[in-house]
Design a protein. Structure first.
Ligand SMILES: Nc1nc2c(ncn2[C@@H]2O[C@H](COP(=O)(O)OP(=O)(O)OP(=O)(O)O)[C@@H](O)[C@H]2O)c(=O)[nH]1
Ligand SMILES: [Mg+2]
Ligand SMILES: [Zn+2]
Lengths: 114, 216
């Protein structure tokens, strides 16, 4: 449900990073999105399209790079994919693990028409 | 065509206001918690019980968020503590700027514990830092013991988990142990309480812990 507010934050970040006096269109917006966030990609895309209609971002493609939930063991340094609720090392069994990917929500880059 | 590199967190604007809130609260000696649950799990009831148990020991204020009405603020107001109602008009979560504005209305009050009751929603609020010290997740036994696994993010972000309405357990197929275990699977550091706002069972343990957190 909060995807619309997330979309408006993304649009705000894009606007702040457009060159001074920019009067063309934005081609695409690239996003890193972790799996372990409460964001539904389709809902975000929909919110983005609705909010950008008739603006310099109209038609811009929202490219979402979905990052899986990954943990690294603090003891044996093994890296593995996992699911929420399974925060332990598959190799040595310890629960001393750090999440190294899956919580991202970041605007990475944009492509603009000159 | 040209590429512009940005590398900016989507919620950076919210997070920086949350940091401002956090340092303001710290400067004023305020400890704050952000209560998150689905609609009707008993957040306001827990706030009421917490006030009853702690109001002689510390100065409490409440900010409560709802999509509509100031019914929750009216309930809290009866206890004679400063309370501000945020009406989000459809917004499914509180954000740091809503809390900043609400706090302005009580900034001259002497407050030690600020309880922020989020909008009833187990999904959206978990992403938004408000500047609180701890997020506290509340869930009632009627919601089912598998729910911590189905809504893991909020458990991951919470410091404590309050299992409420345990007076209803005799009528349900919900296992308290199962609910607790599922939550701890998602977050092994989670401190778990079980309470009833009707019988007051478990209320001493919860409020004692909260009191100590404030004084730490
Ligand atoms: N049996 C039982 N009922 C409870 C308990 N705590 C709260 N309730 C009831 O549950 C209902 C919802 O309680 P509220 O405190 O309004 O819940 P809430 O989470 O603040 O609700 P929203 O703010 O609307 O999301 C009310 O009818 C309460 O009386 C409890 O421990 N046991
Ligand atoms: Mg309430
Ligand atoms: Zn290991």
């Amino acid at each position: 449900m909060h995807e619309v507010s997330i979309a408006s934050e993304i649009i705000e970040i894009v606007r702040q990073n457009l060159p001074d006096g920019f009067d063309n269109k934005v081609k695409s917006v690239k996003l890193d999105l972790g799996e372990f966030t409460n964001i539904v990609p389709e809902a975000l895309k929909f919110g983005f399209e609705v909010l950008t209609e008739g603006t310099e971002l109209d038609g811009a493609q929202l490219i979402m790079n979905i990052l899986p939930l990954k943990i690294e063991c603090q003891i044996c340094e093994n890296v593995s994919l996992t699911e929420p609720g399974y925060f332990f090392c598959v190799k040595c069994g310890t629960d001393k693990v750090n999440i190294i990917s899956g919580k991202e929500m970041k605007v990475v880059e944009i492509e603009i028409y000159d | 065509m040209s590429l512009i590199t940005i590398e900016k967190k989507v919620l950076e604007a919210n997070n920086s206001i949350a940091d401002e809130n956090r340092s303001k609260f710290k400067e004023k000696g305020i400890f704050s918690i952000n209560l998150i649950s689905s609609p009707g799990s008993g957040k306001t009831s827990l706030v009421e019980q917490t006030i009853i148990h702690l109001k002689d020991k510390m100065k409490i204020a409440v900010i409560t968020g709802d999509i509509q009405t100031n019914l929750d603020a009216e309930r809290i107001d009866k206890f004679g503590v400063p309370v501000v109602q945020i009406i989000t008009n459809g917004g499914c979560h509180l954000d740091a700027s809503l809390v900043r504005n609400a706090y302005k209305e009580i900034e001259n009050e002497d407050i030690e514990l600020l309880i922020i009751e989020n909008v009833g929603n187990l999904v959206c609020p978990s992403e938004y830092d408000l500047g609180e010290n701890h997020k506290i997740c509340v869930m009632s036994v009627t919601e089912g013991d598998d729910k911590p696994l189905k809504y893991p993010l909020i458990f991951h972000h919470s410091e404590a988990f309050v299992i409420n309405k345990i007076d209803l357990i005799p009528y349900l197929k919900c296992s308290l142990d199962e609910m607790r275990n599922n939550a701890v699977k998602v977050n092994p550091k989670l401190k778990v309480f079980s309470t009833s706002c009707y019988s007051c069972e478990g209320m001493d343990e919860w409020t004692k812990w909260l009191f100590h957190q404030c004084r730490m």
